[in-house]
Design a protein around this ligand. Structure first.
Ligand code: NAI
Ligand code: MG
Length: 344
């Protein structure tokens, strides 16, 4: 039987995972859930570790994992949040971070020209290396001569495998985004791997942009992009931009994937949103659309499309949470999506 490991987490995490699990259930995938509801800030405060080796084993032995969000105002993000998210990404070697951005309704776009609004692209973010490698150090701390160094790590294996994945999901084109003119060593490594990947896929249209130009193009004409492949930090930043162009953080879904081992973890792009946690107004679409990505991963394309159609219908009817201009609660939006899903 297919098992889905579920980590609701903190803040709005459990609030958006609840309707997402209802949707998962409604899809009838015949999957069992293994809920790890102790992986949260309270456990960290009590024991000093939120995610144990035993937890990782449970996640490893499931077909896919679904995460709400972790983060708590009582704790520093570096010690706690990174401890959970980075451990999951590195221990499971989830080297692809797949972040689709698609405009579910014209009303959600901030762009003035209707023809330019229709964003429907994917950011493929390298998820294990780059500036977030954790390598570095500091000295003369607290003095006027203080120095801090964070290493921007790129490996040939790490770069080649994420580029290969980007080509595997291209519908029209792949655009490499880097800053090879300024970040020379890593830039040249990415460029060499890119030339090899382009040669392996002669039928895919390709382009290359520096990250500043890519930000400008995304803000003026996002329809120009299909797949954007980039490093960890640029992917982090550009995917917040694409999320904004598609209606905001509340609708952004993501997959953390290892296409070789099949290990996969799905989560909304947003964090635990302590500012709105407990108010019942968190938008569940990011979590629900993450379930669509999960269904797709299990080979259930039709079910994934049904979830997307249900979300699009809820948006079109204005039956949404306050962040999208509506007045419904998290639970009410969950019910709307379930009703749409059950419509014959
Ligand atoms: P955040 O994504 O939690 O919130 C940013 C803003 O967007 C807030 O104003 C929030 O109210 C709003 N927002 C987020 N999700 C929403 C939703 N579903 N519906 C309506 N509004 C929504 O980012 P922030 O505030 O920087 O981080 C809060 C905590 O979450 C921190 O501890 C951070 O480390 C953690 N975090 C965890 C992530 C994860 O678990 N993958 C990702 C990002 C942040
Ligand atoms: Mg981010």
């Amino acid at each position: 039987m297919t098992t889905i490991a579920v980590i609701p987490g903190d803040g709005i995490g459990p609030e958006v995972i609840e309707p997402a699990l209802d949707v998962l259930d409604a899809l009838g995938l015949g999957a069992r859930t293994d809920v790890l509801d102790h992986v949260n800030a309270d456990t960290y405060l009590r024991t000093g570790t939120a995610l144990t080796g035993a937890d990782l084993d449970r996640i490893r032995s499931s077909e896919a994992a679904l995460l709400g969000a972790v983060g708590d105002p009582r704790l520093s993000d570096t010690a706690y949040v990174r401890g959970v998210l980075t451990t999951l990404r590195l221990e499971l070697d989830l080297y692809v971070n797949y972040r689709p951005a698609r405009l579910w309704h014209d009303r959600l776009s901030p762009l003035r020209d209707p023809a330019r609004r229709a964003i429907d692209c994917v950011i493929v973010r390298e998820n294990t290396e780059g500036l977030y490698s954790g390598i570095g150090g500091g000295t003369r701390t607290g003095t006027p001569q203080e120095i801090a160094i964070d290493v921007d790590l790129s490996t040939r294996q790490g770069v080649s495998r994420v580029l290969e994945f980007a080509f595997s999901v291209a519908r029209r084109s792949v655009c490499l985004v880097d800053k090879a003119n300024a970040v020379r060593n890593g830039g040249q490594l990415w460029q060499r791997c890119w030339s090899e990947a382009v040669a392996r896929h002669p039928h895919v249209e390709t382009s290359h942009l520096y990250v500043d130009t890519a930000a400008l193009r995304l803000a003026t004409d996002p329809t120009a992009f299909d797949v954007i492949v980039t490093n960890n930090s640029y992917g982090d930043i550009l995917s917040d931009l694409t999320a904004a162009l598609a209606g905001g953080l509340g609708v952004a879904a993501s997959a953390n994937l290892n296409p070789v081992t099949g290990q996969a973890l799905f989560e909304p792009v947003h964090g635990s949103a302590p500012d709105i946690a407990g108010t019942g107004t968190a938008n569940p679409f990011g979590a629900i659309l993450s379930v669509a990505l999960l269904a797709e991963h299990l080979g259930r394309t039709e079910e994934a499309d049904a979830v997307r159609r249900a979300v699009a219908a809820a948006v079109a009817a204005g039956r949404v949470t306050p962040d999208l201009g509506g007045s419904l609660s998290t639970k009410e939006v969950g019910t709307v999506v379930l009703t749409e899903l059950r419509r014959p």
